[in-house]
Write a protein that binds this ligand. Sequence first.
Ligand code: HEC
Length: 259
Amino acid sequence: MTKINFVHFKFLPMSMRVLFSMVLLVFGVGYLMAMIQVWENHAGKDGDPMLSAKDLMIAYSGNPDGTKLETALRGSMADMLPDEKRQVIFEWLHSGADEDTFTSKIDPVLQEHCVMCHSPDANPHLPNFTSPEGVAKVTARDEGMNLHTLIRVSHIHLFSITFIFFITGFIYTHAHVRPTWLKCVVLAVPFATLITDVASWYLTKVWTGFAWVVILSGALMGFSFAIMWITSMWQMWFYRVPEHIIENEGRIPCVHREN
Ligand code: HEC
């Protein structure tokens, strides 16, 4: 029986191995950057600087005891102003966010430390702190990421990550991995977890426990990526190809055989 087999890395032209390696290298750096981005965006929302499930619950479903302003000032905006001034804002928020204190104490802080970015001239997509309405938007109860943002982020995520794992997986198909089912599972996991990850962003709004599914999905996705990356790089440059593959002119047999 003749079947089309995958050619092992070592039997691919040098140019192709260089191409594959460079793509993997850039994807590896990209993955690291993505992790830093997740950290920067979510860590510390609950007050504890580590990234936790609570942070993700707040990011997606909101914070029942907080406002967007407080969440941001405990997270990505924490370094934008001195700590004493941050405390003044927290006290103001916790004591009912009255208008007089806003005018006398809070607004000056926003004007000094925030409006250089938070104004329509600087960045029309950020909450605008030059108007009271703009400030009111972030002092209302934190409902988490709104549906509009979630839909935008999910479609970008679904399309772009599929490309990354298609390319990474395609490269990895040239590796010799037994049993075959294991190779297939490693190839399939990133796509399955991509869907459970994105679905859980929405589901976290319904039940915050889904934050754990977001974490588990992300972890499994990263684990598969690491396996494919390391196996591919290793087999491309350092691996000793088994005898039976050499005899088979580099083709990895599809049909199981003893070796
Ligand atoms: C250097 C520019 C810059 C400065 C200064 C800055 N911000 Fe931001 N801010 C951003 C950017 C960019 C985002 C969106 C990305 C993010 O959340 O990290 C943001 C997001 C926010 C959000 C979240 C908005 C949302 O819809 O969830 C709040 C609240 C916020 N900033 C408050 C502040 C406050 C208060 C200050 C001043 C103490 C401040 N920012 C200073 C750039 C800035």
